[in-house]
Design a protein around this ligand. Structure first.
Ligand SMILES: C[S@@+](CC[C@H](N)C(=O)[O-])C[C@H]1O[C@@H](n2cnc3c(N)ncnc32)[C@H](O)[C@@H]1O
Length: 366
């Protein structure tokens, strides 16, 4: 059976409850006593054990009681990404459920700490300006604050951001779709993390969504806003190899160097993949660290014997070296601009006419 839902009503001091789709019922003189009776009634009907129960007041004299059993909890649920678009999936109820689950809080904190470690920021005590992309209710950003950094959080779910605000998240929160680009000035960010979010870009939720274009916009804008040499560490749950490759391809096309660090590769439960990207050409300092547990060591919170489907560290270099621009001291020069415009006209693009203002030097603007 799995889930039991009861509609509860009070008349005077007494409460009574009827099962929504069954015959179970109970009555008691307090809501506490009623809940206890309902748990017992549900257990008697389904002995697979209770996991969670909730009692929500609808009005002063009515409420809904729900109890889930082990059988339902252990059912394999479809991935959130295929259930609904993120802004719908993470609605008010889900945002609260997500943020009050001690298991999720613990897991997200561990992943965020590891992502921060992989960012390899200089250990000089100077606070950095970081991004938390898909920041949700602020669980991952909390780790950044605890380590003394400033951060800007992007999320597409208003409910998740509301919970983040309620929890007094210290970052600046932006309601935005990362698939449309981050819209930040070039080179202003010292590092970025994204925890359990980027795989959402692989799903087309709207008729005009094209995952490849969204990945392109995301990685292009991420590359531009990062300072040279800065890193982005993206922990994500790709559904299959096709998605991993697509994400990697667009990261590399944007100009990033880097690769994937896999922690606990032998554990199906604790295995986590981090895309570690560096802005600018690869160097000794940007070489990838080893994944945890690569040498067969088991994770402490893993109770499984592990599977052998393991990839340790995949190193990828930029596959599209940037063309070196010929720039003289005065910039590219009028001649270069005129040549480019001519080239574009020949390709059939709509190009503004050449005037005395073409290629003029512009004032530096804020
Ligand atoms: C599993 S939650 C992780 C939240 C947070 N990083 C944490 O560790 O708790 C994934 C988050 O990604 C956000 N997200 C998904 N697609 C997004 C998009 N296109 N733009 C911005 N945020 C997105 C969701 O709204 C959700 O809050």
């Amino acid at each position: 059976m799995g889930v039991f839902t009861f509609v509860c009503r009070s008349s005077g001091a007494d409460w009574s409850a009827k099962q929504l789709t069954g015959d179970l019922e109970a009555s008691a003189s307090s809501t506490y006593e009623l809940q206890r009776k309902l748990v017992q009634a549900a257990l008697a009907a389904d002995s697979s054990g209770g996991v969670t129960s909730s009692f929500s007041m609808v009005s002063p004299c009515s409420a809904v009681f729900q109890k889930e059993t082990e059988a339902r909890k252990n059912r394999v649920m479809p991935r959130p990404e295929i259930q609904a678009p993120p802004e719908i999936f993470y609605n008010e109820a889900e945002a609260r459920k997500y943020t009050t689950s001690s298991r999720i809080i613990e897991i997200q904190a561990k992943i965020s700490e590891r992502a921060l470690e992989l960012l390899a920021l200089p250990n000089d005590g100077v606070p950095r300006l970081l991004l938390d992309i898909g920041c949700g209710s602020g669980l991952s950003g909390e780790t950044l604050s605890e380590n003394g950094h400033h951060w800007i959080g992007y999320d597409i779910s208003q409910s998740m951001l509301d919970v983040a605000r309620e929890r007094e998240a210290e970052g600046d929160l932006l309601l935005a779709d990362m698939g449309q680009g981050l819209g930040l000035r070039p080179g202003v960010i010292d590092g970025a993390i994204s925890i359990s979010a980027v795989q959402w870009l692989c799903y087309a939720d709207k008729s005009f969504h094209e995952p490849r274009m969204r990945l392109k916009a995301f990685f292009g804008s991420l590359y531009r806003c990062l300072a040279r040499g800065a890193r982005a560490v993206l922990q994500l749950y790709a559904e299959n190899m096709y998605q991993s490759e697509m994400i990697m391809t667009y990261a590399m096309r944007a100009g990033f160097a880097g690769g994937v660090v896999v922690d606990w590769p032998h554990s199906s439960k604790a295995r986590k993949a981090y895309l570690v990207l560096t802005c600018g050409p690869p160097s000794m300092q940007t070489s990838l660290p080893k994944g945890k547990g690569e040498d067969g060591e088991m994770c402490s919170d893993d109770d499984e014997s592990g599977d052998d489907e393991s990839q340790t560290v995949g190193i990828y270099d930029r596959n599209r070296p940037r063309k070196k621009l010929k720039v003289n001291k005065k910039g590219k020069g009028k001649e270069w601009v005129l040549k480019k415009k001519e080239q574009m006209r020949r390709r059939g693009h709509d190009v503004p006419p050449d005037t005395k203002y073409t290629a003029r030097k512009r004032k530096a603007r804020f």
